[in-house]
Design a binder for this molecule. Structure first.
Ligand code: SF4
Length: 230
């Protein structure tokens, strides 16, 4: 059933409880049925995003896939975007930072200002990632992510569905919330899906090239992101 009515907080909270007993395929199916063309997958093409695309594509080959090109992605990620396009025969909507804001930041603080301070790093993320994503999601009623609870402490309690107050109160769907890293990689290998080759070089979380490094054995999976900030 296609519903165009905005969902209330209370209704979404009920759904979140209900979805705890459902697998990712069913949560994805609900989301795509409920929002039709008013939903999209947003991905940075990490392993979880590929699983989300694959699950959604089996339900609707026309599912919208969007991403933000920060301008600082590793070449391997650009290569993967093209491999995903080819694998599924889909388009990927690519959104870019506001050029005036970018120019203003880099002119004033240099091209690698993220190394200067936490504040400047956050500003870079805001201009290159957060703001373009907000614009990309404009006009949608819901978005799908590949977030998992075991990725970090800040994600430990994410529900499978919620109202996203930071993105204009649209619905955020996290079908993989209760998946482990092993679940993700079992799925990718079983289905022979494309993935970022940086994972084969010790990377466990992949973002912009200057802000991502491989991790050492025993380190937290996200230790390779902004590692200089401790
Ligand atoms: Fe800027 Fe680094 Fe954030 Fe990318 S991850 S937007 S380069 S601070």
């Amino acid at each position: 059933m296609i519903s165009r009515q905005p969902l209330s907080q209370a209704h979404v909270a009920e759904l979140a409880q209900e979805f705890e007993g459902m697998d990712a395929e069913d949560v994805m199916g609900w989301a795509m049925d409920a929002f039709g063309s008013r939903i999209a997958i947003s991905t940075s093409f990490q392993a979880e995003g590929i699983v989300a695309i694959d699950l959604a594509h089996q339900i609707d080959p026309g599912v919208r896939v969007l991403t933000v090109d920060t301008g600082r992605l590793p070449q391997e990620t650009y290569d993967l975007i093209d491999r995903v396009r080819e694998h599924y025969g889909i388009s990927v909507e690519i959104h870019y930072p506001d050029q005036d804001h970018l120019s203003s930041m880099t002119t004033k603080y240099g091209t690698n200002s993220f190394y200067n301070s936490v504040l400047q790093r956050l500003r870079c993320c805001e201009i290159r990632k957060v703001d373009p994503l907000k614009i990309a999601l404009g006009g949608l009623d819901a978005w799908i992510t590949g977030l998992r609870r075991s990725q970090s402490e800040t994600r430990a309690n994410i529900p499978k569905v919620a109202i996203d107050l930071s993105k204009g109160d649209i619905v955020k769907v996290n079908p993989l919330a209760d998946w482990s890293s092993d679940d993700v990689w079992d799925y990718i290998r079983t289905r022979g899906l494309p993935y970022n080759f940086l994972y084969d070089q010790g990377y466990t979380s992949i973002g912009c090239a200057p802000c991502t490094r491989p991790i050492e054995s025993g380190e937290d999976p996200r230790a390779g992101r902004w590692w200089w900030e401790n």
